[in-house]
Design a protein around this ligand. Sequence first.
Ligand SMILES: C[S@@+](CC[C@H](N)C(=O)[O-])C[C@H]1O[C@@H](n2cnc3c(N)ncnc32)[C@H](O)[C@@H]1O
Length: 198
Amino acid sequence: MMTERDKRKAAAIKAMQDVFPDNPGMQKFEILFDLAWDALPGHIVEVGTGDGFGTVSLALGTRASGKGSPVYTVDPHEECRGWANEPYGPADRAVFLGNVLAAGMAETVRIVNLYAQAIVGCWPEVVSLLWWDLGQHYGPHVATVLEWCAKVVPGGTVLLNETFADDLGADAVVNLLTEGDFELLRIEYGIRMLRRLE
Ligand SMILES: C[S@@+](CC[C@H](N)C(=O)[O-])C[C@H]1O[C@@H](n2cnc3c(N)ncnc32)[C@H](O)[C@@H]1O
């Protein structure tokens, strides 16, 4: 028998397919939806917005759970390249805004159109779930990732995306985190999931 959660997730899958008909990443959607549903009270933060696929997945999850936590997404939407040389830039901002509106998630999603490293030092809120998805090697960003992780509440979750690249350097970040007060829960669909110990 379908649970209420199953029913709400099925409705969210339909919404994702309507808004992102060409995106094959439904496993990623399911991970983000489930973890946003289960997240502790607090702010959900995505670093690296792109066209908003992850943002909308997180927003649908927290809304479907009844908590409706704010989903902040951090990205300057300036010209840059990802690990496979794919281009990102200002045009993504318009696509992102259109996708959030089409999904009906504008009251849950809050865009922070700045570089992650520029704002982490003054981030004012406790983070319950952090989703790191720059599509770039972790090397130049290690200090920023660790600073963001320090904002995560005990019992909260960190998700590091490696998008199946051979070696984007996530191992080094995971080692630093697990030497501290994080434990690695699992790796699924190229996403490392860690929890901050209580
Ligand atoms: C792989 S895309 C994000 C995909 C998105 N999270 C999803 O689930 O579909 C990577 C994004 O990271 C952004 N980005 C790159 N460097 C950044 C930085 N230092 N701070 C914040 N965003 C950054 C790029 O502009 C790009 O839009």
